[in-house]
Design a binder for this molecule. Sequence first.
Ligand SMILES: C[S@@+](CC[C@H](N)C(=O)[O-])C[C@H]1O[C@@H](n2cnc3c(N)ncnc32)[C@H](O)[C@@H]1O
Length: 211
Amino acid sequence: MRLRNVKDADEILEKSIYVIGDPKSFRGKWADVFSNDNPIFLEIGMGKGDFIKGMAEAHPDWNFIGVEKYESVLVRGVQKLDKLNLPNVRVIAVDAIDLSEYFDREIEGIYLNFSDPWPKKRHHKRRLTYVDFLEVYDRVFCGDARIIMKTDNDSLFESTLVSLNNYGYTFDKVILDLWNHEEMFNVKTEYEIKFSNKGFKIKYIEASKKK
Ligand SMILES: C[S@@+](CC[C@H](N)C(=O)[O-])C[C@H]1O[C@@H](n2cnc3c(N)ncnc32)[C@H](O)[C@@H]1O
């Protein structure tokens, strides 16, 4: 995708210490990137980066890799990250369907925040919790599979519950109105704020599957 609207976008991505331009070369070696053996979490569809920034600050002993399909979106997040010193964050511009080309049983958990809902039935295969994606995720988890999802979208929420259940996941938490669930620690995303302000309830799923 062309990098519209951001001046010097290519240069920003090339120069940023957060961007891993050649993620395939680190397959099986991501601990070396962070110089530690701390757990590594992915956020797929990181958008403009508020979640990964907040999580990395809240959990300095966890590592986070932001995965974003479009460089034109990623560059916005990178501009924010470049102002900070977060040694436990990296980002890659790749499609989630190819994740097993970049990771080999190294990932502790996957965050899916406000993934595209793909409302048309013929597009449901593109949903990030469709079985084709769950099969790919199986190849990147180091231990039990763990997926944590937030969405405002009822159809995506329901299909995710069905898809995860059919694939053998069990549900550790299902919350229908996250913002009114006081005991939950929650780093808000850009979309989360936008949709909650429009009156949508934020739904939350935490699911796992034994290795
Ligand atoms: C609706 S936005 C949500 C952004 C952010 N997570 C938030 O909550 O504000 C969904 C993001 O997922 C990205 N995305 C969609 N499909 C993807 C895929 N297959 N692999 C990686 N990123 C993807 C899109 O480019 C977009 O930035």
